[in-house]
Structure formats: structure tokens, C-alpha cells
Design a protein around this ligand. Structure first.
Ligand code: AMP
Length: 396
């Protein structure tokens, strides 16, 4: 893996794609600076090696032109505070003024370009635009894992202009190391815990994982499609009728590959999709009409936790129930705790995908698992076995 440690940085200008797509409130203040912090290690490495750095990122979804609401200038105070230094802000990405600002950078300087997505050429992966960005610097580093699955100008096309002079930053390096520890060199047994609403979003990842895992735990709303496919009654639980065949195929492929599949044994039922609905617990596959499963039940928590505790490598994607509602969060809490406990006993645990990451943060367990992925879509595509354009562009 070519990382920033392999580059000769002294006296060079490094253009680095980062993911500063942070949430802003109505006053346009940053409400969560995790992603900015994620880039600090790579920025500081460049500065400590005697280079200067030009940071580029997107922010939000502007409509291909300048829109003050999406200006990266709003994150400047946070960046300056975290770096404890002044940052030069360029009002655009490729104008002659910006070129001259870049030319005048001295070792130790940090410059931030305006939002890349003010140019329609960015998402289009335009070669000319990528070439103009490339002209700003001597070296290219990609440290934006969250956009590594996109073939955009700044994430992929630009790398062509830096043969032998490009590398991954530390964030992408850590993401790849963690994912490969699950996909390529897992300590066994390897258990994947899949949850969330939809089977359809997870089919490709399930198929890819079947060749690798020892245990597959399926919870959350997606479990009911499997339970129904096996002939169970699921009341008005979430189901994807057009994926019943797929569910059967996945189950039979798992059995051929000697993968142990664990589905819920019991469910917490509700008579409405409401935190204050009447609740009940019943055996999975015996849900009466008018009731829906919104969480895994106590027996399931116990059996899933036992499998997790006996695992040496754990991948978790997707909550076990409607964890946003306090009445239906117990399954997700207990599974998160079991993962933390297994980790404390030496297992490697990787948490990925928006809602399981949200759950780990909500229950304050971030420090108790091995790695929390920063890239929702990118992580899922990697787990599906796809080659990510942003990764390929550096490896080429
Ligand atoms: P996903 O984005 O597919 O990972 O799904 C996450 C969402 O699935 C969360 O918003 C959960 O509330 C929802 N979810 C989990 N379990 C259930 C369930 N049993 N019924 C309905 N929604 C669920």
C-alpha cells in the first residue's frame, strides 16, 4: 500500500483530497468536526516533513455553482483551531489567483480550496478540471475514504497526473487495513452481523460475505423477509415481497458453504409504528395479525450475544431494531455491548454503515470497539467486493 510515508515531501506542495463534508447548523457553524479531525494526522505529517498542503473537499450538495450556504469558508475557524495555525483560503479551485496562491506556498503552509462541487466538472470526473487541480501541486494524496467509491475529478481522475507521486493518507490506510483484516486475514471465527431495514441494500454484501464468514447473524427489519421466506407469519412487520426468492437463495448458499445463519428466535412486537405503541414479545414466525416486529427479543439477544462472544473477528452493519425509538432499542444496545465485550476479550471488531455507527456513538461505545468506519457507501461497496475508483487510482 503506497502511503504518505512513502512520499518524499520536503519542499513539495501536496494536494490532498479530504472529506470535510461536515454537518452545519442554521447559523452555518460546524456541529460535528469528526471528519476534520480525521484528516489531521495526514496534514500534520506533511507539515512535519517540510511540505505545504493544499486541501480540497466537497461540502453538501450545491447545484454546480457557487452557493454561500455550501462554502468551505464556514469550516475554516474549526480547521485553524484544530491545526493551531492560520489557513490560507482560496475563493475557488482553479482561477489564476488560486494558482498564484499555490505557487507562493512555503513549507509549513496550509491552504484550503473552495468547495469542489461548485464545479459540475468535479462529479463528472472531467479530465481537464482534474488536470488544472493537479497543476497546483507536486504530489497527490487521497485521504477521503467517504468518497473513494466515486470516480470524481478530485478522488480518482487527478491521480493520473501524478505517476509515482501519489499515495493514500493515514485515514484511508486505516480503513483499508481494518477492512482487509475482516475480508482477507480474519482471525476465526468470523461473524458478520447484518441489520437495518432493507434486504435489497445488502444482497451484494451478503453474497460476498458468504465466502468468508463462519457465522452470519441477521436482525433488524431485513430479518422478516427471511422469516417469511421460510414460511413464518410476520404480521405487519417490514417485508420485501420481491426479495423472498433472494432470501431463500442466500440461505441455501449459506448452507452449502457451511455458514451458520442466525435469525431471530423471538421479537419485540408493537401494534403500531410508534414509541408508545402496545408491546408484546412472541416467537419469531408466529406474529399475530396487526402486530409488527420492531426489535429482537430477549432470547435472540442471548443467542446472538453468545455467537458474538465466541468470535475472534466481528463485522457489524445495521441496527437490530428501530433503535431511534427508546422502546425498541434494547436489542441494538445489547448487541453493541456484546461486540464491545468480545473486543475487550481480544476480538477485532469493525463497525460500518451509517446507522450502526450512529448506534455505537449513541451508546458511547466508540472507544470499546476496534474500528468505526468513516465511509458509509464506500465501506459497503468495498465489502461487496467492488474495486473503489479512489483506491484503484492510487494503486495503478
Ligand atoms: P439501513 O439504513 O438499511 O441500515 O436501516 C436502518 C434503519 O432500519 C433504521 O432507521 C431502523 O429504524 C430501521 N429498522 C431496523 N429494524 C427495523 C424493524 N424491525 N422494522 C422497521 N424498521 C427497522
Amino acid at each position: 500500500m503506497r502511503t504518505i510515508d512513502n512520499l518524499a515531501i520536503a519542499g513539495k506542495r501536496v494536494i490532498m483530497r479530504v472529506d470535510f463534508n461536515v454537518p452545519l447548523n442554521d447559523e452555518l457553524k460546524v456541529t460535528d468536526d469528526t471528519r476534520i479531525r480525521g484528516a489531521l494526522a495526514s496534514i500534520n505529517k506533511i507539515l512535519a516533513s517540510g511540505g505545504s498542503v493544499i486541501l480540497m473537499s466537497h461540502l453538501g450538495r450545491p447545484k454546480d455553482s457557487y452557493d454561500e450556504k455550501f462554502s468551505l469558508i464556514h469550516i475554516l475557524p474549526n480547521l485553524e483551531k484544530l491545526l493551531d495555525k492560520k489557513v490560507i483560503f482560496a475563493n475557488d479551485c482553479i482561477s489564476p489567483e488560486t494558482v498564484s496562491l499555490a505557487k507562493n506556498l512555503k513549507p509549513g503552509d496550509v491552504m484550503l480550496l473552495e468547495n469542489l462541487r461548485f464545479y459540475k466538472e468535479e462529479k463528472a470526473g472531467d479530465r481537464d478540471f482534474a488536470g488544472k487541480l493537479a497543476m497546483l501541486a507536486d504530489l497527490y494524496v487521497n485521504d477521503a475514504f467517504g468518497t473513494a467509491h466515486r470516480a470524481h475529478a478530485s478522488t480518482s481522475i487527478i491521480a493520473d497526473f501524478f505517476p509515482g507521486k501519489k499515495a493514500f493518507g493515514y485515514l484511508i490506510q486505516n480503513e483499508l487495513k481494518s477492512m482487509n483484516r475482516v475480508l482477507e486475514t480474519p482471525a476465526k471465527p468470523l461473524t458478520a452481523i447484518m441489520g437495518g431495514a432493507k434486504v435489497s441494500d445488502k444482497i451484494l454484501i451478503l453474497e460476498n460475505l458468504l465466502d468468508k464468514v463462519d457465522n452470519l447473524i441477521i436482525g433488524g427489519g431485513m430479518a422478516y423477509t427471511f422469516i417469511k421466506a421460510r414460511g413464518g407469519d410476520i404480521g405487519s412487520s417490514l417485508v420485501e415481497e420481491d426479495k423472498l426468492d433472494t432470501a431463500i437463495k442466500i440461505l441455501s448458499a449459506a448452507s452449502k458453504k457451511n455458514v451458520n445463519v442466525y435469525l431471530p428466535e423471538d421479537d419485540v412486537l408493537a401494534d403500531a409504528f410508534d414509541n408508545n405503541a402496545n408491546k408484546n414479545v412472541a416467537v419469531s414466525g408466529e406474529t399475530p395479525g396487526g402486530w409488527m416486529g420492531l426489535d429482537i427479543g430477549p432470547k435472540t439477544i442471548k443467542s446472538f450475544s453468545d455467537v458474538i462472544m465466541a468470535s475472534k473477528t466481528i463485522l457489524w452493519n445495521g441496527p437490530m431494531g428501530v433503535f431511534e425509538m427508546s422502546s425498541f432499542q434494547e436489542g441494538t444496545i445489547q448487541i453493541a455491548k456484546a461486540i464491545a465485550k468480545a473486543t475487550s476479550k481480544g476480538a477485532f471488531s469493525l463497525i460500518g454503515g451509517g446507522d450502526s455507527v450512529a448506534a455505537i456513538n449513541k451508546y458511547d461505545l466508540k472507544e470499546k470497539v476496534s474500528y468505526v468506519s468513516t465511509g458509509g457507501g464506500a465501506m459497503l461497496e468495498y465489502m461487496e467486493g467492488k474495486v473503489l475508483p479512489g483506491i484503484k487510482a492510487i494503486n495503478n
